[in-house]
Design a protein around this ligand. Structure first.
Ligand SMILES: [Zn+2]
Ligand SMILES: [Zn+2]
Length: 82
């Protein structure tokens, strides 16, 4: 099994700075990927392209109850070293 292939994903960064949306960039599913990215943007998120590995580390799994950010622009997950 080879691990040399680098996979990328698009993430949606919430206004609070947390990554709460992500979609793996798969060429065969380009249409679905574009649709997901468009939805992230509609939600006011900033789109960034990262490796799947980075996303796995930086994705914020903390629930934002009633839209309140428990990290207040200082998401601990974002600090993960690449
Ligand atoms: Zn947040
Ligand atoms: Zn967070």
């Amino acid at each position: 099994m080879t691990t040399s292939t680098q996979h990328y994903a698009y993430v949606g960064i919430s206004p609070c700075g947390c990554i709460q949306s992500a979609v793996v960039d798969i060429a065969e599913h380009a249409k679905d990927v574009r649709r997901a990215v468009a939805e992230f943007m509609r939600n006011g998120e900033i789109i960034e392209r990262k490796t799947v590995e980075e996303v796995r580390k930086q994705f914020c799994v903390t629930i934002h109850r009633e839209g309140v950010c428990p990290h207040r622009g200082d998401c601990p997950f974002r600090k993960a070293k690449p």
